[in-house]
Design a protein around this ligand. Sequence first.
Ligand code: NAD
Length: 480
Amino acid sequence: MQKIENYINGELVAPQSGEYLDNYEAATGKIYSLIPQSNQQDLELAVEAAQAAQKEWAEMPAEQRSNLLLKLADAIDSASDDLARAEAIDNGKPITFAKAVDSYRSAANIRFFANAATQFASESHSMGSVGVNYTLREPIGIVGCISPWNLPLYLFTWKIAPALATGNCVIAKPSEVTPMTAYLFSKLCIDVGIPKGVINILHGTGPSIGGPIVEHQKIKAISFTGGSATGKHIASIAAPMLKKTSLELGGKNPTLVFADCDFESTVSEVARAAFSNQGQICLCGSRIYIERPIYEKFKQALVAKVEKLRIGDPLDESTQHGALVSRSHMEKVLSYIELAQQEGGDILCGGKQVSVPGRCEEGYFVAPTVIENLPLACRTNQEEIFGPVCTLQPFDSDDEAISLANGTEYGLATSVWSNNIKRCHRLSRELDFGIVWLNTWLLRDLRTPFGGVKSSGVGREGGLEAMRFFTEAKNVCVKY
Ligand code: NAD
């Protein structure tokens, strides 16, 4: 059975403990590889390697660092099909999605920040004839990057790239649920000649290696993407250490559909927003609010569209809806569907596990599920399910739509579907979210700030925000 290895000091190595965890193929439920269960000893080796590499990497001219990262982006592009296949097996997502979204964005992330490295500039503040201040932006040193399983290599590279571009060395931990592409990525780092120790990748569970990364004195900042509960725990460890953190957490995102929207395209996009990647994107719109005059018509069109999604083997190019990531996650999603019924919800489509005949018979498939007749206050509408489940509710005014949208502890992303330009801009101001999409969903420009408010996180990723997070600003004051 294939053994995944850690990547420390430029080499692929077994974990010090000799222990491995089983890695499951989501669509078959079968163990297909083994994951190192790393611990403090592995971490010490990685920190030592990062320390040794730090000065040279930080002092390397930005253009040279950029060129190495551009090579890495090209290597991801060349391996794109293999990476997409690995992602589909590990995660259960349709291979077409993995190619178009995961592989594509992983390369784009690295390329974007490779270019940013040569463009990053700092400010100066003139004091007229008295003097001048200028800001030096220096790498933090060794930073930790911890990522989740839903967009494995995509979110892994989204953190690593700005950290490296700004001259930091990285200790990174991918999710133990989907470790494969991070492992393949470490091989690409070797192939393109990333200097040893600059990136170190440690596999294993949160308690075994994630916690030690957060707690390590020599790791000066933590960039984390994952659940809100984990984020709060990480914050409680990092805060007394005065460690810099960027926390990208969960969401319960509302989709606001107004009667004056472009009906057909909105139905398609709202379905895509709810069910892409089996609803396992932190940005998915899982609470759909529809203006009353079009509620029934929109509901019927949406359900008809969702019922047509082709559920099947993620490796089949015609599959549109793959498997959920793990058995435990599937059970969690099914338990929420049961809860929704107990809370009085009516299931309009889906609502159950699906068996895909053939090699995927034992896979973790759940049919895309649409539910109505649930109030805002119920748990189904308050808690993040993170699966192919959405709820529908009518509303009667802009103000009601705003209050429904803002009515959870989360504040990651929202989308508004309307042709009334004044309304769109007014709502954008009133909606308590880090990201507002107007008549679109998941349209991304990597220069923009990315992140959430309330329980959806602290800090922003993307563009300059990420470059600033991974640097310390030092003001130099000169008197003439
Ligand atoms: P998770 O919080 O369980 O795990 C995320 C990562 O943290 C994994 O690598 C895990 O091993 C690690 N981890 C777990 N416990 C830890 C600890 N005590 N110390 C350090 N590391 C620890 O999240 P998940 O189930 O992998 O991912 C799903 C969640 O991620 C959802 O809530 C989703 O909304 C969120 N998410 C957010 C964004 C965003 O950008 N805001 C993007 C994707 C996913």
